[in-house]
Ligand binder design. Structure first.
Ligand SMILES: *[C@@H]1O[C@H](CO)[C@@H](O)[C@H](O)[C@H]1NC(C)=O
Ligand SMILES: *[C@@H]1O[C@H](CO)[C@@H](O)[C@H](O)[C@H]1NC(C)=O
Ligand SMILES: *[C@@H]1O[C@H](CO)[C@@H](O)[C@H](O)[C@H]1NC(C)=O
Ligand SMILES: *[C@@H]1O[C@H](CO)[C@@H](O)[C@H](O)[C@H]1NC(C)=O
Ligand SMILES: *[C@@H]1O[C@H](CO)[C@@H](O)[C@H](O)[C@H]1NC(C)=O
Length: 224
């Protein structure tokens, strides 16, 4: 019984290495402007979960997001995007037929606390060689549902489309100071967890307005 298991594990790691190794090199991180267009998806992040950056558990009580790997700037643990805050504005859906343009444009300020892993397809697949399927180089993966985000945050028209969750949105983003983030006045929601060793975590309280920025864990450690 043990032999086939070992064999398939081995095959899997070779395959993973083959896919990831050529793409994730330091010179190939995506440099992005302080504002522009992006895609927005959402994913489940349990309350109090410590995500890739190692931001405090309390950060999950406020709006947070994962950023696509090549813009995040590390293939594991923390990267330069950790702790950065962005104002995200929902513009339209584009997978629905027809595209949906909500009558009211909703915005939310998120703090980046997590990494959305590079894949060959999917919304976090942009590299310096090309954008994702929507033509964007950045994808924000919003932690949602969240205790801090109203359950009607994503506008919809169920009677017309037959569903409420459009899944993927075209958004505009703007890099903003974290003093506009909902968790800013909660000291426990800022910074990194302690007791993990400073080498493995980095969550800047407000990297747009200080020299307190995070470097790339994978560059530091020679990880592809
Ligand atoms: C990302 O995936 C989409 C859809 O599968 C594809 O069209 C696009 O070329 C991919 N982009 C990159 C950079 O691999
Ligand atoms: C996103 O919105 C911008 C501005 O309206 C538009 O130029 C772009 O084509 C849209 N992208 C998609 C995928 O809908
Ligand atoms: C839903 O879409 C239909 C068809 O476009 C439109 O007539 C209706 O006003 C929309 N309802 C809402 C709540 O946006
Ligand atoms: C976020 O963007 C929206 C739309 O541009 C704007 O109305 C709002 O004031 C912005 N919020 C912050 C905190 O920058
Ligand atoms: C930057 O930080 C300082 C000191 O905390 C604060 O007074 C200032 O308003 C911040 N600047 C911005 C653009 O948020």
């Amino acid at each position: 019984m043990a032999l086939p298991a070992i064999h398939s594990f081995f095959k899997l790691s070779v395959l993973t290495f083959f896919i990831l190794a050529p793409a994730a090199r330091a010179s190939e991180w995506i440099e992005y402007s302080s504002n522009g267009f992006a895609t927005l998806t959402h994913y489940s992040l349990p309350l109090n979960y410590i995500a890739s950056c190692g931001c405090t558990a309390e950060s999950t009580h406020y709006p947070t997001a994962a950023l696509s790997q090549m813009a995040f700037g590390s293939s594991t643990a923390y990267g330069p995007a950790c702790g950065r805050c962005f104002n995200l504005t929902l513009l339209n859906t584009f997978l629905s037929v027809p595209p949906f343009y909500p009558s009211e444009q909703k915005s939310i300020v998120v703090k980046v606390t997590d990494l959305c892993p590079l894949s060959t397809t999917g919304w976090c697949n942009a590299t310096t060689n090309g954008p994702n399927a929507a033509g964007n180089y950045l994808n924000f993966d919003l932690a949602y549902p969240s205790t801090s985000i109203p359950s009607n945050f994503f506008p919809s028209n169920a009677s017309y489309y037959g569903y409420t969750d459009f899944g993927v949105w075209n958004i505009s983003y703007e890099s903003v100071s974290c003093n506009g983030w909902e968790g800013w006045n909660d000291a426990a929601a800022l910074g990194s967890v302690t007791g993990q060793g400073p080498e493995s975590v980095c969550c800047a309280a407000d990297p747009t307005n200080s020299s307190n920025t995070c470097t790339s864990y994978s560059d530091h450690n020679g990880i592809a």
